[in-house]
Write a protein that binds this ligand. Structure first.
Ligand code: HEC
Ligand code: HEC
Ligand code: HEC
Ligand code: HEC
Length: 431
């Protein structure tokens, strides 16, 4: 007892005497007003003779959902969601602000910063304190920009991690089954599609390509799936598995539970190695990225298949072993797989193989899962476009990919038969 007391006193004394190394002050966010001057990014029309458009603010404010993400928190639907969750006003609830606004800690906010801006420029481009003055003329290379605290939004890998943090949820932006059951729309993301939908406030022209490494469609798709796989495994690994009898259902395939009971849905390949009736994991991105691996590095694909099966085996044991296996798979992917998949880039023929496999998986394993169907439809559109970009012929793919996309436009009107028919047409066009 005495000894313990002494130890505590010594520890207190020690902490009082030894100064804690002060953490460096974070870069401050200056606020959208600092970017939106009419001679900066707040022009109403793009400037023809400049490198950048300069109407970025206008696009963001008028056409981009990020510009109104904060206002969404004042809608009836938002109030209903926080009402169900007992959270009070949505625009004051941290659970919502993490994604519907740019909400850095107080010490990282400059005098003109305001939460009301929603997802402002600096949410994506990084806090501007150290780059605002220099970014117009001085910062010439991507490396110089990053060194001054700009986020490398031009890099598909960085962009994928940044967008999917909010669009699929991660540790800093938690999205749970509770929030969705309270009325939040289910989250869905594919990097290339969503970049086009923003819509872009930049032009990737010859001048842009000189200044920055431009990304292409196929790379966007791959990086999006990698980021999604990594974030999903990270959540599983760190034990965000839920409470009581039920695990965190957002880690599982929504449509495993939320579907009609017109039998004959179950497919053996969906939960490898397990008997009918298990709830499949939300492993779509892993399955998609495995399709890429099968075309560019079959050895990596084989190991991924074995590891995925192991995940399902552990799933039958207990939560801690499932977590361990998620950690092992994530570690292996980071050490061994991602690097190899990023090497070189798939040519048109390989992209055709990827698409073929995506269509095959969808036909064999996923039956009529809506979420999976959406992912498949986006993958088909993006990969077909990428085949064209790499000089392959994709004319015959347009009809089937459009039909596929059409079939998943509306969850409540989703007809699995229409979807399967479109899949069949796609497979035939790929033969
Ligand atoms: C800080 C979190 C955050 C980041 C980072 C983020 N988004 Fe969003 N995004 C949102 C939120 C929240 C919405 C919904 C806004 C609303 O409707 O209120 C949204 C909406 C969108 C929409 C419109 C979706 C629709 O159905 O209309 C697109 C497209 C989009 N984001 C693409 C992207 C892309 C591409 C990136 C990365 C370059 C990105 N987002 C980064 C939070 C984020
Ligand atoms: C993990 C990030 C994240 C969190 C946390 C989050 N949202 Fe969202 N929210 C989004 C994204 C992304 C969208 C756009 C979805 C899409 O269209 O793809 C969205 C859409 C919405 C919409 C529908 C907007 C529309 O135009 O239909 C409402 C309402 C909403 N969120 C309210 C809330 C509320 C209230 C909270 C807090 C309980 C919250 N959100 C927490 C990311 C998030
Ligand atoms: C949701 C994320 C997001 C938000 C919010 C956002 N941007 Fe961007 N911005 C991007 C991405 C992605 C790119 C394309 C990659 C790149 O060039 O950095 C880009 C590119 C740019 C470019 C580069 C154009 C070029 O030709 O080099 C400018 C300038 C820009 N944004 C300004 C703004 C301004 C000003 C705002 C706020 C009014 C803003 N952005 C808000 C994601 C975002
Ligand atoms: C293991 C089964 C299971 C999984 C997986 C699951 N849910 Fe649920 N969900 C339930 C149950 C049980 C309820 C509560 C009962 C009810 O309200 O129908 C529910 C309720 C809901 C509700 C509110 C009730 C309704 O039907 O409108 C929504 C919305 C919802 N879930 C969305 C999702 C989304 C999105 C996912 C995937 C991210 C998902 N669920 C994954 C079992 C599941």
């Amino acid at each position: 007892m005495r000894r313990q007391f002494l130890a505590v006193c010594l520890a207190l004394l020690w902490s009082a005497l030894v100064p804690v190394a002060a953490a460096p002050a974070p870069d401050r966010n200056l606020g959208v007003a600092d970017c939106a001057g009419s001679t900066c990014h707040g022009s109403i029309r793009p400037f023809a003779d400049r490198q950048i458009r300069q109407d970025e603010y206008f696009t963001w404010q008028r056409k981009d959902a990020h510009g109104s993400a904060w206002k969404t928190l004042f809608t009836e639907r938002a109030r209903r969601i926080t009402g169900q969750l007992g959270l009070g006003a949505p625009h004051e609830a941290q659970a919502c602000l993490v994604c519907h606004a740019h909400a850095p800690p107080a010490e990282a906010r400059g005098p003109r910063f305001q939460l009301e801006d929603g997802i402002g420029c600096e949410a994506c481009h990084g806090p501007a304190e150290r780059w605002i003055a220099a970014h117009v003329n001085e910062l010439k290379t991507p490396e110089e920009r990053v060194a001054h605290g700009m986020t490398a939004t031009w890099d598909a890998k960085v962009r994928a991690g940044m967008c999917s943090g909010c669009h699929l949820g991660d540790a800093a932006h938690p999205m749970t089954h509770r929030i969705m059951a309270a009325g939040h729309p289910p989250l869905l993301f594919e990097l290339d599609t969503f970049t086009a939908l923003m819509p872009p406030h930049w032009d990737v022209d010859a001048d842009y390509r000189q200044r920055k490494p431009a990304t292409d469609t196929a790379t966007n798709w791959l990086e999006g799936q990698i980021a999604a796989t990594d974030a999903w495994l990270a959540r599983m690994e760190t034990g965000a598995l839920g409470h009581g009898l039920f695990p965190e259902l957002a880690l599982f395939d929504c449509d495993a539970c939320h579907h009609s009971m017109n039998g004959n849905r179950w497919r053996a390949d969906r939960t490898p190695g397990l008997p009918p009736g298990q709830v499949p994991l939300a492993d779509q991105p892993l399955v998609l990225v495995q399709a890429w691996a099968a075309a560019v590095n079959p050895a990596v694909a084989d190991t991924m298949a074995v590891q995925r099966e192991r995940l399902y085996q552990q799933y039958e044991t207990d939560a801690s072993r499932l977590r361990e296996q998620a950690g092992e798979l994530r570690g292996w992917l980071r050490r061994e797989a991602w690097g190899r998949l990023r090497q070189g880039s798939a040519d048109a023929g390989q992209l055709r193989q990827v698409l073929k496999r995506v269509a095959q998986n969808a036909e064999n394993a996923q039956g009529g899962d809506f979420y999976y169907a959406q992912q498949t439809a986006m993958a088909a559109q993006v990969l077909a476009a990428a085949i064209g970009e790499r000089g392959g012929s994709n004319g015959a793919l347009r009809g089937p990919t459009d039909a596929l996309y059409e079939s998943v436009k509306n969850r409540d009107r989703f007809q699995p038969e229409e979807y399967r028919k479109a899949l069949g047409r796609l497979s035939a066009a790929l033969r």
